[in-house]
Design a protein around this ligand. Structure first.
Ligand code: PLP
Length: 396
């Protein structure tokens, strides 16, 4: 009998939650909103089908805003984390230029060196507009310290971009502390919260961020949907121009079923983690790590993880450095054995270069070649982890 395939790459994408599937594809689609998705019109149309779509969209926005504890008026739907990140970073820079002009605007941008390329490349692209873009190096433990930000901030720093949870390492940053520090010098603070949504308490009001981005498919929602939070007070110029949907900040007909599914996934994932899923995944993570490092001295955790920690390290996330074997080899051999894991960010798996994230923390190229990311999810069981441990050991 073929044994069950084990998916351990939830940080790349989380399988659609059954409840979201039922909502979008089941016979009773949309029933909880009193509307059939089949009958939805364009959310900008004035007639009944359009109004129905608008109501459904606004309900989704309310639901997501409730999870994030932000104002629904400051939450905008778009096509995913990449678009959200680019929109924010570029839109804030263009907004500052338009409001203050090149001579008066703050022209210095700080960006964590380990940001996802969606943020990193958007920030670096600002050089073309005349901005000075400086990268903040994390420490060896995968964290941007308050001290490093303090010494990098300048009177002309326009914005600081630091992500909530690092997508390769799993480390969680002190966003509230970093944002407060940035604000003390008048800089804006942008945070990519894609990997933290659902898995960490994410109260935007407490964080004090000016802008944040989110993605649906990372939490069991549909692909191709995301959102960004942007404070009204931030000078901003949208990058996608068109019909002026999403209160003029993100043109394009809204994906109403997508938004609905995304909001439901965010509600379900957040509720599950609050009810103990985070602690459950942390136990699995800790056991997996303990079993692996006890069995082989070629395996180590890339960053230190305190056992049971669910707030400063993502609960179900483990990043390993394995000596004497390359990431790609491990991934393909494990795939043959029935396991889906990654070597780093999903978008970089085709690259043979060591990850910019690992390089930024000071890990040597040699060590980085043996990188392995294991990210657990709601369906991961103790047996899955034990089988994975045996499988990884068998290929070393
Ligand atoms: N930011 C982070 C931290 C991510 O992990 C990802 C996905 O890999 C993204 C942004 C991009 O999100 P999306 O796949 O929705 O474009």
């Amino acid at each position: 009998m073929m044994s069950k395939r084990v998916f351990l790459d939830y940080a790349a994408t989380a399988p659609l939650l059954p409840e979201v599937h039922e909502l979008l594809c089941g016979a009773s689609s949309g029933a909880s909103f009193g509307a059939s998705l089949l009958g939805l019109g364009n959310a900008s149309s004035l007639y009944r089908e359009g109004r129905l779509a608008r109501e459904t969209l606004e309900q989704a926005r309310l639901n997501l805003a409730e999870v994030l504890r932000c104002s629904p008026q400051e939450l905008y739907f778009c096509s995913g984390g990449t678009e959200a990140a680019g929109t924010l970073v570029e839109g804030i820079a263009h907004g500052a230029l338009e409001k203050f002009g090149k001579n008066q605007a703050r022209m210095h941008v700080l960006c964590a060196a380990f940001e996802h390329h969606a943020v990193l490349n958007s920030a670096l692209s600002l050089k073309r507009l005349g901005f000075e873009v400086e990268l903040l190096r994390p420490n060896r433990e995968g964290r941007i310290t308050l001290e490093s930000l303090e010494s990098a901030l300048r009177p002309d720093t326009l914005m600081v971009a630091v992500m909530l949870a690092q997508n390769e390492l799993g480390t969680v940053q002190d966003i509230a502390g970093l944002a407060a520090l940035a604000h003390s010098t008048g800089a804006l603070f942008v945070s990519d919260c894609v990997q933290g949504l659902g898995k960490l308490p994410l109260y935007l009001a407490d964080f004090g961020v000016d802008a944040a981005c989110f993605s649906s498919h990372k939490i069991g929602g549909p692909f191709g949907v995301g959102a960004f939070f942007l404070r009204h007070s931030v000078p901003f110029l949208p990058r996608q121009l068109g019909g002026g949907q999403e209160r003029k900040l993100r043109s394009g007909t809204q994906d109403v079923p997508g938004a609905l599914g995304f909001a439901l996934a965010a509600q379900l994932e957040t509720a599950a983690f609050a009810a103990g899923e985070g602690a459950r995944q942390a136990l699995l993570r800790d056991k997996l790590l303990a079993d692996l490092v006890t069995a082989s001295n070629r395996i180590r955790s890339t960053v230190p993880i305190a056992a049971g920690n669910i707030t400063s390290h993502l609960p179900g996330h483990l990043h390993l450095l394995v000596q004497g074997i390359e990431s790609q080899t491990m991934i393909l051999k494990l795939d043959e054995l029935g396991f889906a894991v990654s070597g780093g960010a999903a978008c970089s798996t085709n690259s043979l270069d060591p990850s910019h994230v690992l390089m930024s923390t000071g890990i040597s190229k040699d060590d980085a070649y043996g990188a392995l990311r294991i990210s657990l999810g709601r369906n991961t069981t103790v047996e899955d982890c034990s089988r994975f441990t045996k499988a990884l050991l068998s290929i070393l």
